[in-house]
Design a protein around this ligand. Sequence first.
Ligand code: FA5
Length: 345
Amino acid sequence: MSYDEQITAMEQEFSRELLAVAAAEDLRRLERSFLHVKKGRIRELTRGAAFAELDVEARRSHGAEAAQLEQKMRALLDERLENLTHKDHETTPDIGIDFSLTADVQPGSIQPVMIIQAALEDIFRGMGFRVDEGFEVETEYFNFDAVNVGPDHPARDMQDTFWLENGLVLRTHTSASQVRALRAYGAPLRIIFPGRCFRQEETDASHETSFYQCEGLMVDRGVSVANLLGVMRTLMSEVFEREVKVRLRPGYFPFVEPGFELDLRCLICDGTGCKVCKQSGWVELMPCGMVHPKVLEAGGVPAGFSGFAFGLGMTRLAMMKFGIPDIRLFDSGDLRFHSQFPASA
Ligand code: FA5
């Protein structure tokens, strides 16, 4: 079946099911079935091996057609909901409320990083991880010292920090929660903490002063780099639902040994070079490594345990997943940007 035929078939199927809708809850079911952010049938149009093999241009134009169909479906769902509401009104006894007054209310939409966060939480819960939040305002100790970033360590310069007047910091990375989690839950432990981080840095297409990371930590007996790679592979395939190219290279972080950088082949330019990947074709996405013994010690983990940790750049992951070419769009308040995302996940 050609792509156009696929689009037409999906539209016809949707129209058939819409005709059969008798109540608002049928509508909600129909919306979930076709438009669910992860499992909606419309997602079949932009995933799978055939789609992944298309060149960037074809993927873009197919993606745009699918987005247009999604918009059309949403408009039809809204229209049907309005009809149903009026029908309800006709049969509602007069209790002194005018149900016919319509409000011009836009349903809003989910912030795209939150869509990714919900997906990550699902994926990691499926692998037995618990989900926690950590604190956005942290002590200097947990943000730096506890994760082996000493007072004179050059890594403190790597992360320009917002210091509060009372000596606390806006956490520069979610790694700040590692030792708190180890102390609170002990080993063995599998945990992620997605959340906001803050750095005083110049903004560009891929850097913001406030962005989201998702920290992951697994500590148990016999955890090795092989476990880390297995989790990464699962993560990438479940998030992107298609083949993506990644590369692993050595990376230095004081809280892991050995440390790695996982880069993703840029999905904005398909690796040909753009402002998001700084013309390199690769986007730094997920530094990781084996938890440093000093961090385990600070967390009170007994001998015999080892672990891995990663700090996934969630905002960048959202950029790659949804093809967002500039990180500054997230906080721009531009409704043309936000209204492209669904109102429910
Ligand atoms: C860290 O923050 C480490 N804490 C990650 C880590 C955790 C390493 C556990 C090892 C073990 P880094 O500074 O590279 O590392 O940031 C991690 C990711 O956050 C980056 O790959 C990137 O995707 C994202 N990131 C960092 N700075 C910004 C920024 N200014 N704007 C948007 N995303 C950013």
